[in-house]
Design a protein around this ligand. Structure first.
Ligand code: JHZ
Ligand code: ZN
Length: 411
């Protein structure tokens, strides 16, 4: 049933709810182990819909942005060496192909701890980072990055133009899907980009999420899961055209999109637009099937945990990821099944997971515990994590759960 209260945030079409996840906390809002804090934990009603017109998959009612992005943001992208390498390759390509003259600079929207812009500092190339979370901005500044704290919109872009001029490249990786008011971003880009400039966006790709049943990608901060057709609709409203796309396996499947004022379109764009049509991304029935797939993932993992726990096995997790917040809360998996979760991020260690209150411990201690099973919540970083812990001499059985339960001995 269409609910006229909910409109597509891209094209204003009426939406109908496809999946209701119930009450959810904010995924990166890790809590202090304190009774009062836990008692007043914020939750919101997470319902999703797909636009039958433009294929935009979205959470219909999103928490206030200041609750999600503030001085206590806990995701620091540089924790992963493989992600650092991924962005180094992108940085090299941008420096080589786009930064041509003295006035050219690169603006990174959602610059986080500087994972991408560090390459520009190292090569002494002009850049500017913008991020809404003060603590990650300060972290990036300590690495020499030129960054400001703020929400990207028309006003901010006007002040950037005054102080620095227009940008040759605007890049935004793993950030656009965080921003509820996507038109405000496009209004800003419309002003800020040089006429011959390029916009590069990268984030998790909707068809990959549907294929894997990795519903974990949906949480407050990930209030959109984008694809070619929905981005194309949004950007064309501002006369930006989708020129090219590149697909990557990172984060369970991500797409990189290239937009400019130029109307040229690569074969890859046609290929992925056709794929999206083929798998019916804009059709409600697709999400009925996805919901069943997602519930299967939850049930299989929960059954596995309950069975092994009843045999007296010790179980922990690895990677206090944002996506695991959706899984744990939706499947109602808490500290009675998973003793703790190991993570290397200083801002996460010592806190408890949102909603399910599982303690987060220092990953450097993992090797000493020899848990029977370790649930790999950062399954997207499997190679990096399992190789590191093998070298550390950790003994356990790794458990993956997307799309099926898969066990791998650590040694
Ligand atoms: P990881 C993030 O989601 C957050 P998350 C964000 N919302 C986004 O857009 C998506 O990515 C795409 C830890 N770790 O990357 C660090 C170790 O402990 O899967 C992280 O907490 N040891 C911006 O949170 C977590 O695992 C290690 O050796 O789902 C990985 O989080 C390594 C490599 C990582 O993303
Ligand atoms: Zn739409």
């Amino acid at each position: 049933m269409f609910n006229s209260a909910f409109k597509c945030r891209v094209c204003d079409n009426n939406l109908s709810i496809t999946i209701d996840f119930g009450l959810m906390p904010i995924a990166n809002n890790l809590l202090e182990q304190n009774y009062e804090v836990v008692k007043s934990e914020y939750k919101f009603h997470m319902q999703t819909a797909v636009c039958n017109k433009c294929g935009c998959f979205q959470i219909v009612k999103v928490p206030d942005k200041n609750l999600m992005f503030n001085n206590t943001y806990t995701y620091f992208a540089s924790q992963s060496k493989s992600m650092t390498h991924h962005f180094q390759i992108l940085g090299d390509s941008i420096m080589k192909n786009f930064v041509k003259d003295e006035s050219d600079y690169v603006l990174d929207l959602g610059s986080n701890d500087g994972i991408f812009l560090k390459n520009f500092v190292d090569n002494e190339i002009d850049h500017l980072g913008v991020d809404a979370s003060e603590n990650v901005v300060n972290n990036s500044k300590s690495k020499g990055i030129n960054a400001i704290c703020g929400f990207f919109n028309k006003n901010l872009c006007e002040s950037i133009i005054k102080s620095k001029g227009k940008a040759k490249v605007i890049i935004s990786t793993n950030t656009m899907h965080h921003i509820e008011k996507c038109h405000e971003v496009l209004e800003g880009m419309d002003l800020l980009l040089k006429d011959d400039g390029m916009i590069i966006i990268e984030d998790p790709y909707l068809p990959d999420m549907l294929k894997l049943g990795s519903f974990e990608q949906i949480y407050a901060e990930h209030n959109f899961i984008w694809c070619c057709s929905s981005y194309k609709t949004l950007f064309e409203k501002y006369s930006f055209f989708l020129n090219d796309v590149e697909h990557f396996s990172i984060h369970g499947g991500s797409m990189r999109y290239y937009f400019s004022r130029n109307k040229e379109r690569s074969k890859s764009v046609d290929k992925y637009l056709a794929l999206e049509k083929n798998i019916k991304v804009a059709d409600n029935l697709t999400y009925e099937n996805f919901k069943i797939k997602s519930e299967n993932v939850c049930n299989k993992l929960k059954n596995f945990l309950e069975e092994e726990k009843s045999k007296g096995k010790r179980i922990c997790g690895y990677g206090a990821t944002a996506k695991s917040s959706t899984l744990l809360n939706f499947a109602k998996i808490d500290g009675s099944l998973i003793e703790c979760i190991y993570d290397s991020t200083p801002a996460k260690i010592g806190k408890i997971t949102p909603g399910t209150h599982i303690p987060i411990k220092d990953a450097s201690k993992f090797r000493f515990e020899n848990f029977d099973y370790t649930i790999l919540f950062a399954w997207n970083l499997k190679n990096e994590i399992t190789a590191k812990e093998k070298k550390n001499g950790a003994r356990t059985t790794w458990v993956e759960y997307v799309p099926e339960i898969k066990l791998t001995n650590a040694n």
